[in-house]
Design a binder for this molecule. Structure first.
Ligand code: FES
Length: 104
């Protein structure tokens, strides 16, 4: 079964920024604001141990991991530039009552 969790007010995450959240099930996720639309992936880079919310840079819909400069499309989780090859887990995100909310 899917659960819904309200995370934070939408205005708390400006365009182009990333923040980490820990879900009640222990998953650590990165939430992204891409041109006013919110997306979420697992926080840990699938190439190594880097935290994408801390070590990543959001450029349009791509997050670049500063450890080895690989990228992912945060809207799909698909890897972009090498050395990233394994897709990131993604989560459905929506805004309800002004709050960024997630299905997990
Ligand atoms: Fe992210 Fe290597 S740990 S690209």
């Amino acid at each position: 079964t899917k659960r819904i969790l309200a995370l934070f007010p939408a205005e708390d995450l400006p365009e182009g920024e990333i923040r980490a959240e820990t879900l009640p099930n222990g998953d650590v996720i990165a939430v992204y604001n891409v041109d006013g639309n919110f997306f979420a992936t697992q926080d840990q880079c699938s190439h190594g141990e880097a935290s994408l919310s801390e070590e990543g840079e959001l450029c349009g819909k791509f997050v670049e991991c500063s450890w080895h400069f690989g990228t992912f499309d945060v809207t799909t989780g698909e890897p972009g530039l090498m050395p990233c090859e394994i897709p990131l887990k993604t989560y459905a995100v929506f805004v309800a009552d002004g709050k960024v909310s997630i299905e997990y």
